[in-house]
Design a protein around this ligand. Structure first.
Ligand code: XUL
Ligand code: CO
Length: 453
């Protein structure tokens, strides 16, 4: 306690504690996230493995296409970019401590300003990484993933690994090489590739096949180099259908899996899936997680939500309990997010929530929403609600003609023989109502009753 009191306080916010169902209005406590509570045989912190995203939390100025940033941050007082970058590390680590998260995630360019050459840029970056490594030693903070920003600088106007300009491909590779080295230094659990501008604006000027071959080569080179230097992070691709490009190559989980298989990447790469990216692709988050887990390729999750009324990639902190319940149900079915995955808050405050404390409130609602989702989904799982429902729905495949179809004993001829004289009534009787409305009512009851306790 005394130690806590004497420590320098950079953020004007108390350490966030678990309050259970007390003090419902403060917004400064967790009501559902109790990190060391064991649920379904694992601590909540180990199910959820929360991570704070450096870019949205410490760098984001809350700009939108129509206006400048509104964010007020305590380190704005540092005018020299390098001084500010180094100071931000102190702010970041106090933030993690106050929030009680175990992981962080960052792009190379989040941490330090660029120089004129890659050599100078790497030097700036290494200084900040040195400081992060020092903090890791004293705090035990882990890096969920790191990544390389191959989309902000104008040189990446037409992509990095899919740029039609060979010098840009080469630069992207060189930049990524250093990023992989940093991943090794900070002990990253995963390494993420989100296809920033890897896609196209128009097919009239694009050789799509050539670009895809280039990026597949790029991924192989990255993995080869990681192996060469003993950087053992799980490599992940992060699908997104659009923004910034009209069409992104890693459109959704299914498209990305097909790409991985086509180019022999599915043994070494898995997926990092994001809530609002799923929505932009016309899917639910649950759908994307299901596609990945069915393929054995669920790697990690970016936590955020979109808003159907606006339709952009708005990276809102998750607060929709129905969505977090569905996502956590898939995670439980998967036995966990993935051996090395976690929930990274790829989320930022709304432009009108511009005070520094809003960064805490945002993470609190996000963490509590996933913790609540975990509690509800676990209760549903323990009661076997959906398991029985799904099992019964497919039970006609457990024996008779259904079993013959599944075990390869049936063919079109035998199925014709089986079906030819079946009457309309017999076929109608072979189906039954799935009572979907009743199922949804049950899910609502589980949400209300599990959390109301
Ligand atoms: C962009 C996005 C990125 C990646 C990392 O929509 O999700 O923040 O997660 O580059
Ligand atoms: Co993301």
């Amino acid at each position: 306690m005394a130690d806590e009191m004497t420590k320098q306080q950079l953020w004007d916010f108390n350490k966030v504690k678990y309050a259970g169902n007390k003090d419902l209005k403060s917004g400064a406590e967790f009501h559902y996230y109790n990190p060391d509570e064991v649920i379904g045989g694992k601590k909540m912190r180990d199910w959820l493995r929360f991570s704070v995203a450096y870019w949205h939390t410490f760098d984001q100025r809350l700009v939108d296409p129509f206006g400048d940033g509104t964010a007020i941050r305590p380190y704005d007082k540092y005018s020299d970019p390098m001084d500010q970058a180094l100071a931000k590390v102190d702010y970041a680590f106090e933030f993690y401590d106050k929030l009680g998260v175990d992981f962080l995630a960052f792009h190379d360019r989040d941490l330090a300003p660029e120089g004129d050459t890659l050599r100078e840029t790497n030097k700036n970056l290494d200084k900040v990484v040195d400081k992060i490594v020092e903090y890791q030693k004293t705090t035990g903070m882990k890096v969920l993933w790191n990544t390389s920003n191959l989309f902000t600088n104008p040189r990446f106007v037409a992509g990095g690994a899919t740029s039609p300009y060979a010098d840009i491909f080469a630069y992207a590779a060189a930049q990524l090489k250093h990023s992989i080295e940093i991943g090794k230094r900070v002990g990253s659990e995963n390494y993420v590739f989100w296809g920033g501008r890897e896609g196209y604006e128009s097919l009239w000027n694009t050789d799509m096949k050539r670009e895809q071959e280039h990026i597949a080569k790029f991924f192989h080179m990255a993995k080869d180099y990681a192996n060469e230097i003993g950087m053992d992070a799980q490599m992940l691709l992060e699908p997104k259908p659009k923004e910034p490009m009209t069409h992104q190559y890693d459109f959704d989980a299914a498209t990305t899996i097909a790409f991985m298989k086509e180019y022999g990447l599915d043994k070494d790469f898995k997926l990092n899936l994001e809530g609002n990216h799923a929505n932009l692709a016309g899917h639910t988050y649950q759908h994307e997680i299901r596609v990945a887990r069915d393929a054995g390729l669920l790697g990690s999750l970016d936590a955020n939500q979109g808003d159907k009324l606006i339709g952009w990639d708005i990276d809102e902190y998750p607060s929709n309990l129905y969505e977090t319940t569905a996502a956590m149900y898939e995670v439980i079915e998967n036995g966990g997010i993935g051996p090395r995955g976690g929930l990274n808050f790829d989320s930022k405050p709304r432009r009108s929530s511009f005070e520094a404390n809003d960064l805490f409130y945002g993470h609190i609602v996000g963490m509590d929403s996933f913790a609540a989702g975990l509690r509800v989904a676990m209760k549903m799982k323990e009661d076997g609600v959906l398991e029985d429902l799904v099992k019964n729905r497919y039970s006609s495949f457990d024996s008779g003609i259904g079993a013959e179809i599944e075990n390869g004993k049936a063919d079109f001829k035998s199925l014709e023989k089986y079906s030819l004289d079946k009457t309309q009534k017999e076929l109608r009787d072979a189906t039954s109502s799935d009572h979907l409305e009743q199922v949804k009512d049950t899910i609502n009851h589980y949400i209300v009753n599990t959390l109301g306790k």
